[in-house]
Design a protein around this ligand. Structure first.
Ligand code: ADP
Length: 505
């Protein structure tokens, strides 16, 4: 997940209003004047061009981050009038793209009169439905969609082009990157984007891919209505982001399952059969797509399962399965066996050869901040798992520790229940280094299990403290279980500072 799930630009609360409604190339009053004229016309008979009929119309894009800018460029290319509005400050790189494409935009405010004139609105996934602008748009029954929905309209149906979408509470980026790596290595014409890397809309605007591998957050799925995901992967579901779902888990579950909503019998739904919430929901629903579960606990008819320490991937009972020893997987840890299985099934479904899948699953370079090996210093391994911002992901990190571990944990607690970590902490953790402003909950949860707990407030101090507590053969693991905003800009900065501190030991 990256910052486009948070309202980075759009609702940054930037008090300093910096308005730049028209890029210089538009000339005085250009686009905005035209829009106001359209508004006047709209007051009379219903003349507004229908977007659905492909005759252009005014598309308003709320939020000029990666997805908003991509949408604006694609829409402009497709002949719409486009207006981009961002309540915060637009990053330089996106401002340049908008100006280059002569797209009208404003920043530091939302001009209501302009936005409410839209035929359709594409909103950044970071903007909650409860925001005043969205409430007003809904009241006026102006359709609001996500960038994914908009861009998918330009993927020809029944063509060779395939959308592979990956969602889940944890494991999205890893699984998305794995699928992309396998397809790319196999020589496929494939693009990677969605919630990571480039926006889907920008890729479509530039054109030319046969396969799009898309990481999809629940926020992106929420405003997706007709887009058809040919191969959908759901990695797992644990309670997260519930503030956006009325604190109801079922609402969040429903959001995740939207990934399957327009699938047909030619499509595939790949999911983790060991995930209780997912499994329960699968039993409640009917699917048009073919189901491909994967499991470490039970054998499945089609999908993937484990026999001793070998994974078996088979999508068709008439073919011999792909088999591979767990030790051969580039990504270690139980969660990564799941991710590798999911990626293996998806790749097999688009006919990547077995040998190529095996090869790619074993030579994949891990992504930064996810159980990333940093260095061995004085016989101690340092691992950066800064991306673990919830209990579930840290559970998998602790579970994969095979040596006594000094655990660096802490930050902004999103309502963590540490009970599920207690057994693993007992088994693996010899000392805890808290890295956060308020560590009371962590200390309370683990003080009876771990003899040494120290508190620090910088990556440097945390690494120094941990190195003093570790002896040769130990592992020092940064897996914070918490968001980073108390001491860092984001999890990436926390991970980078950790690595820097390790390297300067
Ligand atoms: P996301 O993109 O969904 O946030 P990532 O692939 O970036 O997920 O992984 C984030 C963290 O979640 C990793 O640090 C790892 O510890 C944990 N994780 C990865 N895959 C899984 C999985 N399948 N199940 C549970 N936890 C996982």
């Amino acid at each position: 997940m990256d910052c486009r799930n948070h309202a980075c630009n759009t609702y940054s609360g930037n008090a300093e209003v910096k308005v730049k409604p028209i890029p210089p190339s538009q000339g005085e009053g250009g686009m905005i004047k035209k829009m106001n004229e359209r508004k006047d016309k709209k007051k009379g008979i219903a003349q507004s061009p229908s977007l659905r009929e492909g005759r252009g119309g005014l598309l308003v894009v709320l939020g000029a981050g990666e997805s908003g800018t991509g949408t604006a460029v694609l829409a402009k290319k497709k002949g719409f009038e486009v207006f981009v509005s961002d309540k915060g400050e637009i990053k330089d790189k996106y401002r340049k793209v908008l100006s280059h494409h002569r797209i009208a935009y404003e920043e530091g405010k939302h001009t209501k009169s302009m936005i409410l004139n839209a035929d359709e609105v594409v909103k950044s996934p970071g903007i909650p439905d409860t925001s005043a602008m969205i409430v007003e748009l809904k009241r006026k029954k102006i359709p609001i969609i996500s960038e994914i929905e908009f861009a998918a309209r330009y993927i020809p149906q029944n063509s060779e082009t395939k959308l592979i979408g990956i969602t889940g509470t944890n494991g999205k980026t890893t699984t998305t990157s794995l699928v992309y790596h396998i397809l790319k290595n196999a020589g496929y014409n494939v693009g990677l984007g969605g919630n990571i890397g480039k926006s889907f809309a920008m890729m479509v605007a530039k054109g030319g891919y046969d396969y799009y591998v898309l990481e999809l957050s629940s926020f992106q799925l929420d405003d997706m209505f007709k887009a058809r995901i040919n191969i959908a992967i759901l990695t797992n579901i644990t309670p997260d982001h519930l503030d956006r779902y009325d604190y109801k888990l079922q609402n969040y579950v429903n959001s995740k399952f939207r990934i399957t909503q327009n699938q047909t019998k030619e499509d595939a739904f790949i999911y983790c059969a060991d995930d209780e919430i997912t499994e329960k929901e699968v039993k409640k629903r009917r699917f048009k797509a073919q189901l491909f579960p994967y499991s470490l606990k039970k054998k499945v008819k089609q999908g993937a399962f484990l026999t001793k320490n070998k994974i078996n991937i088979h999508i068709n009972q008439h073919q011999t399965p792909i088999t591979m020893f767990v030790e051969q997987l580039a990504l270690q840890g139980r969660h990564n066996i799941y991710n590798s299985m999911a990626a293996g099934i998806a790749s097999r479904l688009v006919d990547v050869r077995k040998s190529e899948i095996r090869e790619s699953l074993s030579d994949f370079q891990n992504i930064e901040h996810r159980l990333e090996f940093v260095s061995k210093v004085h016989g101690v391994d340092y691992i950066n798992d800064s991306k673990a911002t919830n209990v579930n992901s840290t559970w998998y990190a602790l579970e994969s520790m095979s040596h006594p571990t000094v655990w660096i944990v802490g930050g902004v607690d999103k309502g963590n229940d540490y009970n599920m970590l207690k057994d693993l902490v007992k088994q693996h953790v010899k000392a805890i280094v808290c890295l956060g402003v308020d560590n009371k909950k962590i200390i309370k949860a683990f003080s009876k299990l771990v003899p040494t707990i120290v508190q620090t407030q910088s990556a440097n101090d945390a690494v120094k403290a941990a190195s003093r507590l570790a002896t040769k053969g130990d592992t020092i693991l940064l897996s914070p279980c918490c968001a980073s905003f108390d001491l860092f800009d984001n999890y990436e900065e926390r991970g980078r500072m950790f690595k820097q501190a390790v390297r300067s030991l």
